[in-house]
Ligand binder design. Sequence first.
Ligand code: FAD
Length: 395
Amino acid sequence: MWNTKQFDIVVVGAGPVGSTFAKIAASKGLSVLLLERKSQIGIPVRCGEAILASDLRLFYEPRSEWISTIVDKFCFVAPNGSSATFQFKGKGYILNRKVFDYDLSKLAAEKGATVITNSYVNGLLFENDKIVGVKGICDSEPFEISSKLVIGADGVESRIGQMAGINTKLNLSDIGSGYQKTISGIDVDRNVCSFYVSNKLTPGGYIWIFPKGNDIANIGIGISGTSAIKGESAKKRLNNFLDSKYANYKVESIAVGGIPISKPIKQMVAGGLMLIGDAARTVNPLSGGGIILGMKSAVKAANVAVKVLKNNQGPSKTNLKEYQKLWMEDEGKQINRIYRIKKAADKLDDENLNSIIEKVNKVPIEKRSIARFFSACIPQKPSLLIDVAKVFIGY
Ligand SMILES: Cc1cc2nc3c(=O)[nH]c(=O)nc-3n(C[C@H](O)[C@H](O)[C@H](O)COP(=O)(O)OP(=O)(O)OC[C@H]3O[C@@H](n4cnc5c(N)ncnc54)[C@H](O)[C@@H]3O)c2cc1C
């Protein structure tokens, strides 16, 4: 029985990031327990499901069942309704996360991880200030599991970090308020992802239309938490948008969730514990995309965890800190740059946005670049041009 055993590592949360960590650690011969509170991994979906094909290939060979649609263009729609279309370098995928998340947990199990659903972790076990396991409830039965290391992959609401004494609190302005409907019975271009930008309609964010077929799409909105509290809610804004755009549509599902759109958190590890994915705020603050960056954090954390445990170094905070150092060197600096660009772009009013998109449209589509688009978005801050170049050149 899994609940009487001791494990090298307990991973809390079987989202794409927890499963990726579990797969790597198990494949290196460590005993891994992956605990998920939901009864079915992948359901309900709380995601727009968009990623770049080339990014996914860094971690997995994509399976056709994971992909709802393949897109090759994206467009920005200005407040006045004009739009500028860009070509993706490569392709974009709109995933089917129900299948994707479940399959990733299966891949972890195939490498030897024990995967248990219906298991809610509600506390950590401590020994001399060091974390040595988790406790929780599985199918109404309490359990306690000892482990050398605990991984908090428990998503944006992460309680594991707080339980470990890590400050994971975000400012309201650094939380995206997300609300999405998957709707069918509409006309949608299945090759194009659309982003509606407007300071009035989508303050601190945007509305997305991500096609999932010829007549079905994920249509959602992310706005800054501050705007959601002070003005109209994300839900109200999206419903108004849908009602003004489509005469008829059928709502297939609704997803509501917070999106961490912050700088990197200051502390990603404690004695016996590492945070990864949304729990560690590894999200692109401009796009709100967190699947790929989360997987990058999983790989870095897993490599450090395997090294520390296999060499019997002891999972002290000092030894685990190498993960945080690697994260900051490779991704954290980039996230800080993206954060600065976002803050400047958030200040653009609707007239600015209309004129930027008008200017982009004067450039032939094959010559348009996302770097030029964001350079135009930060005219009041030329010092950010280096950030734009570092973030988007090569995109
Ligand atoms: C509306 C919306 C749209 C988005 N669109 C996109 C997009 O298009 N592209 C993109 O890349 N990203 C998008 N994101 C972000 C993306 O969904 C997340 O970054 C990604 O899911 C993070 O993966 P994760 O594994 O870290 O966390 P999650 O996917 O949240 O997984 C965490 C898991 O932990 C489980 N869990 C939590 N607490 C416990 C506990 N105590 N015990 C046991 N299990 C627990 C949860 O049930 C969950 O299964 C979107 C987010 C939202 C809210």
